[in-house]
Design a protein around this ligand. Structure first.
Ligand code: HSE
Length: 377
């Protein structure tokens, strides 16, 4: 994607009553982005001539994400605090101008060893190149180091986190000219190649919080504001089992029945309402109620049905598959309960599915991908 015109604007939340006063904090923020820009658009938004880097190197971190959240397949996801991928990009005179080379990959050994160092076949490489193209970088070559904090095929947006960190690092290196929508488009180049054209991992990884994809063409993203000061925690339980997104997408039905459509639409709408109202109980109920995707995927993950039951019996408000799986995600409103619920879920994975698993309790990440260090020397 060469360049795209994106803008951010508040959307009023009082659409249902003309006389209701506007709330002081907008609960939705819209990012609109032309996904197929014309050459006229490109020439307007690209910097003329050579773009100079603002730094010699920049390191960015991008958080893990939970896509789908049950009934919101491919159109809603959120970011979680603490775990993610880190990318450093540096100006490198040894790399041909306008291109990017992957110098090294470290971090989780099993993930790092499986990844290609060919930038055209690596999520960070693809998104980094797309960001360079969107910025109009032609006369400088970059080298990229990827540090994997997330396991591959875990359902925590591992590929999206690499892509998001790379796009944000490249953007930071050149002074941060790209909008969030343009960064998501750069990340989507990578998602398209590795798993499918879905932005429900890469958008929240870049923007933080909950992000709803209202439209793909043109790309329009709505950030949903979970009320500040209210707690939301996720219990993430990852079994030792790989569920490649491509394979899990292939398991989905080509068509759905009208009654399932009505059911899932009502649950998705309830989930969005629950997010902006900060109602964790309804969020959990809605998240647990997917009648289309989860019933097809859960049988492919040994023990998943028992894990969900164990989470709810232990006090979680709801539980489903995180992204394409195999991680199971449960929601709660306090950190203390999380450990206990996680233990019950780990036991259930072993008992019902014969899988070893590990649990993490994570908070909602409201920030998204960010530059964590830069070096001008
Ligand atoms: N929405 C995507 C899927 C997310 O469920 O296939 C993959 O992480």
């Amino acid at each position: 994607m060469a360049a795209a015109t994106c803008k951010t604007s508040p959307i009023p939340t009082n659409l249902n009553h003309p006389h209701r006063p506007k709330p002081p904090i907008p609960r939705f923020r819209a990012v609109r982005c032309a996904s197929r820009p014309t050459s006229k658009t490109s020439s307007k938004t690209l910097a003329p001539g050579d773009l100079s880097p603002a730094f010699r190197s920049v390191t960015a971190f991008a958080p893990a994400t939970i896509a789908n959240l049950g009934p919101c397949f491919d159109f809603l996801g959120c970011a979680v605090d603490g775990v993610g991928d880190t990318v450093t990009v540096a100006v490198d005179p040894a790399v041909p101008a306008g291109t990017l080379s992957i110098s090294s990959i470290s971090g989780i050994a099993a993930s790092a060893a499986k990844l290609s160092r060919d930038p055209l076949w690596n999520c960070a490489g693809i998104a980094g190149i797309a960001a360079m193209r969107a910025l109009g970088v032609r006369s400088i070559g970059l080298s990229l180091h990827l540090e994997k904090g997330l396991p591959l095929g875990s359902g925590l947006g591992s590929s999206a986190a690499s892509a998001a960190a790379a796009a944000v690092a490249v953007n930071g290196l050149f002074g941060g000219r790209l909008t969030p929508g343009e960064l998501v488009l750069a990340g989507l180049e990578s998602e398209k190649k590795v798993s499918g054209y879905h932005a429900d991992n890469v958008a929240p990884s870049i923007m933080g919080g909950f992000v709803l994809i209202r439209s793909y063409d043109p790309l329009e993203l709505l950030r949903l504001e979970f009320p500040a000061g209210q707690d939301l925690y996720f219990v993430l339980v990852s079994p030792e089992f790989e569920a490649p997104t491509k394979k899990m997408r292939a398991a989905l039905p080509p068509e759905v029945k009208m009654k399932d459509h009505v059911h899932n639409s009502s649950q998705a709408a309830a989930l969005v309402a629950a997010v902006v109202r900060g109602d964790v109980r309804v969020l959990g109920l809605a998240m647990s109620s997917d009648g289309i995707v989860e019933p097809r995927r859960a049988p492919l993950i040994p023990g998943m049905a028992g894990v969900k039951k164990a989470a709810i019996e232990a006090g979680a408000f709801g539980c489903t598959i995180s992204g394409a799986g195999p991680t199971a995600v449960a929601v709660i409103d306090g950190e203390e309960k999380g450990k206990e619920i996680g233990d019950r879920m780990v036991e259930a994975f072993l008992r019902e599915g014969g899988l070893k698993a590990s649990a993490t309790v994570a908070r909602l990440d409201r920030v998204g991908a960010r530059v964590i260090s830069s070096n001008a020397d």
